[in-house]
Design a binder for this molecule. Sequence first.
Ligand SMILES: [Zn+2]
Length: 325
Amino acid sequence: MDCYNCGIQIEEHNKSEEHVINNSLGGHLTSTNLICDACNNFFGHSLDVEVDAQIGMFSDLLGIKRHRENKDRRVRIEMISEKGEVKVVGRKMRPLHELSIDTGTKRIKLFEAEGKYERLKLAKKSELTKKFKVEDREYIQEPDKTKWHVKNSKSDTRGNIGFGGYDYFRGIARICLNFYLSKGHSINYAARALDFVKGKIEHNDLVFYYYPTTYDVHQLDKEEVSHILHLRGDTRKKLLYTYIELFNFQNVLVIFDKDYEGNEINDTYVYDLVNGIEVNKTVSIRLPRHHVEIMHMIERDADREHLARYNRFQQIMEKRQLLDD
Ligand SMILES: [Zn+2]
């Protein structure tokens, strides 16, 4: 096998264990014949950093054990909700990631990562308590459901519940590409996805948030938190794509090929993060051919579902932390 990024032949001396889904997200699926150690290192310091920065903390907050890690990394910290409430206080207040909020004009750092945290803890706590006094807080409902707005005597703070961006989507596309190639499928049909991962496609026209409202992609169990990868080569519709769910709220469709001429493919991988096991599940995407041309519109209409999914996840996360007390 050749490294899909630089093309060098992968041999004993330069091979590396690549996590199909980032280790920081609790990914357990690995492959040693995807990329060389130099490229693994390169992505580890670029795209992976972006994905980890945006959603890596959720695996910590769920107390998910990472691959090849004995240390219990269960983290119990305060979070500021979209309503400005300080939530979830646990015994070990040692966040592994810094937390910040977006005020619309600037990002305010709430907590430093572990290490710097202890000495900042008390000062920050009293500062926050003052800032978000319960009695004078007013939560203003914005027409756009992805935005929040909290007003009180000391601050007028706006923000959005936002994930995404060019590098983030490249990181997500890379996970999907890893999965596709780890299944032994041809790189030829994944050329555009690879170009996107490499940053060669300036305008993203292949990676979209996907929250269909007319059907269920799969049956989501009440307390389920999982990572899902669903690879589909549809010879009738001539489409090749990968659908991914991270924590069941970052749900993304990556269109690999709109003129797919390869074999029929239907590969699904579901990892139950709560129980730490791979599970069998039926996942199916109903994607009419013409939808791939209007994905931007479909994506825009899905904001409400996106937020509902995030709120569901947050509730499960908080419940799990409280149960732990
Ligand atoms: Zn390489």
